[in-house]
Design a protein around this ligand. Structure first.
Ligand code: NG1
Length: 392
């Protein structure tokens, strides 16, 4: 495989011998349950067939050297430099290196061994596109350090370590969905996760259905600030609703009926954000039964409703995502289309009849390009396994 050949070749040139190990950790696409993972809701992602790959060897010293092939940059850190986010020479750690350094930090915090490594890594998950490139980097490094550290943790525990790195070191207050999907992915299956209990199961997608990802090519900006604001609005809504319903702990605990009754008491913005979450949790509760009954039509309608809600209530869409969704929904064979991930740019996810998928991808690219002048990337994806050590 091209990406593996590339990183092993670069590893040999940079470090003078072959890497001892190779790992991969996939990105993810989410079909339903958007912006609910940090509200204790249900999500329905799948790990995709695009991933971050790391070629690595232990160094036997304190110093880790990392080469990010996609950025053509290198960084150096040790357990001593990690707390100050600096490199071994005292210069600031580049932002991309906060992800691996954050993973080492989270492991050491939990008293797990994270020996220094020489590593070369690359990814074919597009960055800033809603497909969790950051979680795939985190989970690839958790897997690398599990390999070298002589410890083994269940997948969900590893996902929580990746989330801790992102929350506490990188500084994005994300939920568990991305790290979970990147770690627990199962080939040809969707994953249904209860973000409160962390219980999860696989759900099969009917045979004759394809998942098509459409990348608007618009990269999101200011995401972490906007993301954290959405999260704060949800927390504020819970806090205010607790005056009437003291037992609720998150928006998961409020029924649509109660919300309809009480939402007038919330400030306008908090009411809109919370309505999206309460209704989206209702939608995602219906997903399993619909998919198990093979009712892709009704499941697709929920995806379409989700997009409207993300656009009008949660306000995380953008004109390009809206065009991509509108064109998709007008095409033959499309059951549902919506933005996926945090929003503000990036990708849409589409459920399409398998025999129509190639034609759908062509027409969607054409329609999107003629309306926006932008050249999108559209591909049919396969649900893949989660993070793993590769035999090599
Ligand atoms: P992406 O699009 O991968 O950044 C983000 C969060 C998720 C989840 C979704 C919205 C990060 C790293 N992840 O996903 O936890 O909240 O938005 O459903 O910010």
């Amino acid at each position: 495989m091209e990406i593996i050949d590339r990183i092993t070749e670069i590893f040999r040139k940079r470090f003078g011998n072959a890497p001892a190990h190779l790992v991969r950790a996939p990105g993810r696409v989410n079909l339903l349950g958007e912006h609910v993972d940090y509200n204790d809701g249900f999500v329905l992602p799948a790990a995709i067939d695009r991933a971050t790959y790391i070629a690595f060897s232990p160094t036997g010293t304190r110093l880790s050297s990392l080469v990010a092939v996609d950025l053509n940059q290198e960084a150096f850190f040790s357990p001593e430099t990690i707390p100050s986010k600096t490199q071994a020479d005292g210069s600031p750690l580049p932002e991309w290196a906060h992800y691996p350094a954050g993973v080492m930090w989270a492991l050491l915090e939990d008293n797990l061994s994270a020996p220094a490594l020489n590593a070369v890594y690359a990814s074919d998950v597009p960055r800033g596109s809603g497909l969790s490139s950051s979680a795939s980097v985190e989970m690839a490094f958790v897997t690398a350090w599990q390999t070298l550290g002589g410890w083994t943790l269940p997948p969900m525990q590893r996902a929580l370590l990746g989330q801790k790195a992102e929350n506490k070191y990188v500084g994005v207050n994300c939920g568990i969905m991305d790290q979970f999907a990147s770690t627990c992915g199962v080939e040809n299956h969707l994953l249904l996760l209860d973000c409160r209990s962390l219980e999860w199961k696989t759900v099969s997608l009917p045979e004759n259905i394809s998942i098509v990802i459409a990348d608007t090519s618009v990269r999101r900006k200011l995401t972490s600030g906007e993301y954290n604001k959405r999260r704060a609005a949800c927390e504020k809504a819970v806090h205010l609703l607790q005056q009437e319903l003291p037992n609720i702990k998150s928006l998961r605990d409020i029924s649509l009926e109660d919300f309809n009754r009480l939402s007038k008491q919330l400030p306008e913005e908090a009411a809109k954000r919370a309505r999206h979450v309460v209704e989206e949790i209702e939608r995602s509760k219906q997903a399993e039964a619909l998919l198990e009954a093979g009712n892709v039509q009704d499941f697709g309608k929920l995806m379409n409703q989700c997009h409207v809600s993300l656009r009008n209530l949660y306000e995380v869409s953008c004109p390009e995502l809206d065009v991509m969704v509108r064109v998709a929904q007008s095409l033959e064979g499309c059951y549902g289309a919506r933005l996926t991930g945090a929003g503000f740019g990036g990708c849409t996810v589409n459920l399409v009849a398998r025999e129509e998928a190639d034609e759908f991808a062509r027409s969607l690219a054409k329609g999107y390009e003629s309306e926006t002048g932008l050249h999108p990337e559209i591909y049919i994806t396969r649900a893949s396994n989660g993070a793993e050590l590769l035999n090599y």
